[in-house]
Design a binder for this molecule. Sequence first.
Ligand SMILES: Cc1cc2nc3c(=O)[nH]c(=O)nc-3n(C[C@H](O)[C@H](O)[C@H](O)COP(=O)(O)O)c2cc1C
Length: 461
Amino acid sequence: MAARASRKLLRDFLFRRACTTPIASARHCSSAAETAPKIPHFSKKGRLLTGTFLGLVIGGGAYVSTVDEATFCGWLFSATKLVNPFFALLDPEVAHRLGVSAAARGWVPREKRPDPSNLGLEVWGRKFSNPVGLAAGFDKNAEAVDGLLGLGFGFVEIGSVTPVPQEGNPKPRIFRLREEGAIINRCGFNSEGIVAVAKRLGAQHGKRKLDETTSTSSSSGEEVKPGGKAGPGILGVNLGKNKTSEDASSDYVQGVHTLSQYADYLVINVSSPNTPGLRMLQGRKQLKDLVKRVQAARDEMQWGEEGPPPLLVKIAPDLSKEDLEDIAAVALALRLDGLIISNTTVSRPDPVSTNPVASEAGGLSGKPLFNISTSFLKDMYILTRGKVPLIGCGGISSGEDAYKKIRAGASLVQLYTAFAYGGPALIPQIKAELSECLERDGFKSVSEAVGADCRVATAKV
Ligand SMILES: Cc1cc2nc3c(=O)[nH]c(=O)nc-3n(C[C@H](O)[C@H](O)[C@H](O)COP(=O)(O)O)c2cc1C
């Protein structure tokens, strides 16, 4: 009896619920029309607007589905320009944080178009699909390696990573000089430390390797794919030292022990202007001792067929001619695998000097750094007689700039500041322009153009 009553109650309840949803009530409840609530009537204008909107969505969707992947990818990259003005309104460090989080979550476009074939090159036995990389400092803690590589960079350098986590300098510590296309920063190696970064890289390494294996097994081609240890993208790990550490070389050795297994190349950063005493390590004796110790630490580890990752040193653009000669001598004597030229400058070249922000302490990057760092690059290429691969960094904001660095002696190039201003759309643009520059001047590949502006000078040395 109770069961029958409760079944009736349930039936009544369900029936009433069904009748209160507009579509269901229209279809099934005509007999109960007088008890059902009134179906809301849209005005003629409302119906017209809804119809137009739906038509646009359906028509747009149908059109997009006919567009090929490359065109769609191009649209996505161009569309990212729309968010640049919004980012420009935010505090630089907040904007940077947002950018890293977006890339870490995959909320950035993924480059599906192949790189122009004249951009491919081999350095340290590794195949780079293009020579344009992301410089250190953007992804200091390896949070977004996959997303950043997916943007189409030929390689991404994470760090600088310090052995022990440290906060860096007090905020604000990043300043925009928008009109000059420049930034001044005094971050001071804010880092989550080698252990946190190793955990993150370990997890990503496994995932990227798995993705690579899956995609390799499905492709029939025999050609060697560009890429590093863990997949199609090449990963550099930039090592720093803790502010309070008294034994700098021991800090770099700790970095090597913990992170080198994930690195396609390692960088000893002795050129940040924001860690007291760091730049002193660029002196001839200090650098020689440091590189020897780090090389030994790396070589003592167990390496498979591929051998240990190449070791590079990143230098400042504020050195004297003698300093450069000393560094070149050390690089040649110790068979250093490469040099990155350069980090930020403590100088304030024109037109920055007249900007009130120029008085902020820290390293200047972006367009005003281009000439200084390119001239250093050229000097170093000549001093090392083209025997040490160089990464040209500082002020690159176009394909023509990247091309000039290559002609000045860079095998690879990196950028940070122009990417911070221009966003993802800048990367395909730089690659396309660089490819055109090579073609225009009759170079079949990047390698052919490396050091083109120094050939007469090198012949004379
Ligand atoms: C906000 C900021 C943070 C940086 N942090 C690092 C860093 O941690 N380690 C490093 O080696 N270089 C760092 N750099 C320097 C860049 O890697 C690069 O050498 C320099 O900005 C010049 O390149 P650009 O003109 O394309 O920006 C940083 C640069 C900026 C703007």
